[in-house]
Ligand binder design. Structure first.
Ligand SMILES: Nc1nc2c(c(=O)[nH]1)N[C@H]1C(S)=C(S)[C@@H](COP(=O)(O)O)O[C@H]1N2
Ligand SMILES: [Mo]
Length: 203
């Protein structure tokens, strides 16, 4: 995949390139037990869903390439992710939203949450990822399943938000009619988090 946008054009204001992949999170890294792990979908849906890990592995899969932008100012370009596209799940009727659904809360192990407008969550730059760079996620980056959102160069029609809006160790999705603040959004981070507008902090 090539892009006409230069690296400089792909770097939002206030960001610096890194070659590494820092791991950032609040609290501990959970252990994964495929026998007891489940994934729940509830709220503004026609019927709540509980998927086992085996059922997650049966869902349609895609690969995407993202430029990641962390609010702490590091950016990492051309990261390769594989997993499940919420847009595809909705289009294929595997998740059936009710007409009032306008926001989604990602719920992770140990209570981490982060909120997004539905149109951002259903963009092609958001993935429920199981693999990074061709390998299963490492524990510190969210194994076995995480939300990840970044920029796709030349797709300025999509909304590009900071990386905190992808929950590692993701366990559920709550579709909502009204917006609610997630963990960092309630602790001083900006509710929208647009990387091009440098929406790092609220207030
Ligand atoms: N479950 C969970 N997910 C999380 C966090 C967290 O504390 N817990 N931190 C977020 C923040 S602030 C960032 S910057 C990214 C970092 O992802 P990385 O560790 O893969 O770089 O994870 C996000 N997802
Ligand atoms: Mo962060």
């Amino acid at each position: 995949m090539t892009s006409s946008a230069s690296e400089a054009q792909r770097l939002p204001p206030g960001q610096k390139l890194t070659d590494g992949f820092p791991a950032l999170h609040y609290g501990r890294i959970p252990t994964f037990n495929p026998a007891t792990w489940d994934f729940r979908i509830w709220g503004a849906v026609e019927a709540p869903i509980v998927w086992t890990w085996d059922q997650i592995l049966e869902l349609p899969r895609v690969k995407i390439r993202l430029d990641l932008h962390c609010v702490t100012t590091w950016s990492k370009l051309d990261t390769e992710w594989e997993g499940i596209s919420p847009k595809a799940l909705v289009e294929q009727g595997l998740i059936r939203l009710t007409p009032g659904a306008r926001f989604v809360m990602q719920h992770a192990d140990f209570g981490y949450t982060t909120n997004l407008p539905l149109d951002v969550f259903l963009g092609e730059n958001f993935l429920l990822a199981t693999h990074f760079a061709g390998e299963p996620l490492t524990p510190e980056h969210g194994y076995p399943l995480r939300g990840v959102i970044g920029a796709i160069p030349d797709r300025r029609d999509l909304k590009d938000v900071y990386l905190w809006k992808g929950a590692k160790w993701l366990r559920g999705l709550e579709f909502m009619k009204e917006d609610r603040l997630g963990f960092w959004e309630a602790n001083g981070y900006h509710n929208q988090g647009d990387v091009w507008k440098e929406q790092r902090h609220s207030g």
